[in-house]
Design a protein around this ligand. Structure first.
Ligand SMILES: Nc1nc2c(ncn2[C@@H]2O[C@H](COP(=O)(O)OP(=O)(O)OP(=O)(O)O)[C@@H](O)[C@H]2O)c(=O)[nH]1
Ligand SMILES: [Mg+2]
Length: 325
């Protein structure tokens, strides 16, 4: 077991090896993660954490590479965290490797790249990501770019720990309409149509603006409509403007207040989702146990409700009992 205070001193002194070691601890041992977080204290140095999300192949890593070049030019220290939900076996190494491949050698004190797996078997994964982001903030990186793929729970989890979210789209990649319906648009502080030289981009842009104009969700949840930008990450077209917009949004009080409200909503939904998940697991287990004595399919609604309440009550008492003992 490493000496945690010493490790944290190393992180705050911007030692890359200490940072890497602390992240491994946060990922693999949830109890250490809690200690690390407590040891860091609540006041983090100011750094901008941006989540970059979107369908596979839409150009997230290429865009990140372009942003890195932009940031290095401004003499900033940059960290990239690649959260890979799809590779529990590789421990999320794939995304990070792909980013590393596109970025020329730079000293890790100026450019730190790390992969994180969003899956584990201890249930403490999103906690691990949260702690990792805090660690990188404390290690003094000015900008932290977090890459995540797809539109699943992982995005919504990661979004809770970043300052701004940039959702990437491209004509012909992923189901854009689906993304509009699934709420991915509403977690965006900035929408970027990448690969903007593809035919059909203008159509996608129009559809997107129309969806945004007609969506009532922004107003309902007190969120701001995200601006839409066009980029071609490969040639660097539109990147300087994106960079400026990110920096401007990070200073914009109205945007930051809306982001805080968004994080609150997401924390609420996440809590609801985990309660439902817990109940679902217990109900399914009970259904298996009871299937011989109770024929659920033939129970009248009132009886079914009684059965449900009984199960919930028993399960909660059982949990209570386990906690007390
Ligand atoms: N023409 C063009 N190609 C691009 C652009 N952005 C990315 N690409 C290419 O698209 C492919 C996928 O790009 P990536 O950056 O790896 O995409 P990604 O979203 O990170 O993909 P995953 O990490 O697998 O989800 C690569 O071959 C890139 O060179 C762009 O703006 N224009
Ligand atoms: Mg990628």
């Amino acid at each position: 077991m490493p000496n945690l205070p010493e490790l944290l001193e190393g992180v705050k002194a911007r030692q890359v090896r200490a940072l890497a070691k602390a992240i491994s601890l946060a990922e693999n041992a949830p109890s250490s993660a809690e200690h690390l977080l407590a040891g860091l204290g609540s006041v983090a140095p100011r750094s901008l954490v941006v989540g970059i999300t979107g369908a596979t192949g839409v150009g997230k890593s290429t865009l990140i590479k372009a942003l890195i070049e932009q940031g290095l030019k401004d003499d900033l220290r940059i960290a990239v965290l690649a959260v890979d939900p799809s590779s529990p076996l590789s421990g999320g190494a794939l995304l990070g490797d792909r980013i590393r491949m596109v970025v020329p050698e730079t000293e890790p004190e100026r450019l730190f790249i790390r992969s994180l797996s969003s899956r584990g078997n201890d249930g403490g994964v999103s906690r691990g990501i949260a702690v990792t982001i805090q660690l990188v903030r404390h290690a003094g990186y000015d900008v932290v770019l977090v890459e995540t793929t797809g539109a699943g729970q992982c995005e919504f989890d990661v979004v809770r720990f970043v300052d701004l979210v940039c959702v990437l789209l491209a004509e012909g990649f992923g189901d854009e309409l689906q993304a509009m319906k699934s709420g991915l648009m509403e977690i965006a502080d900035l929408l970027v149509i990448n690969k903007c030289r593809r035919p059909g981009t203008a159509n996608l842009h129009r559809e997107l603006e129309s969806h945004l104009a007609h969506s009532s969700r922004f107003e309902r949840f007190g969120l701001l409509q995200p601006p839409v930008l066009l980029t071609d990450a490969l040639s660097g077209n539109g990147i300087a403007e994106l960079w400026l917009r990110l920096k401007a949004l990070a200073q914009d009080e109205a945007c930051l207040a809306a982001c805080a409200r968004k994080r609150q909503h997401l924390a609420h939904y996440s809590a609801v989702a985990s309660i439902l998940e817990l109940l679902k697991g217990r109900l399914l287990a009970r259904l298996r146990e009871d299937s011989v004595s109770v024929n659920i399919a033939t129970l009248p609604p009132l009886e079914l409700r009684r059965w449900l309440l009984e199960v919930c009550h028993e399960e909660l008492s059982r949990k209570h009992y386990a906690e007390e003992n």
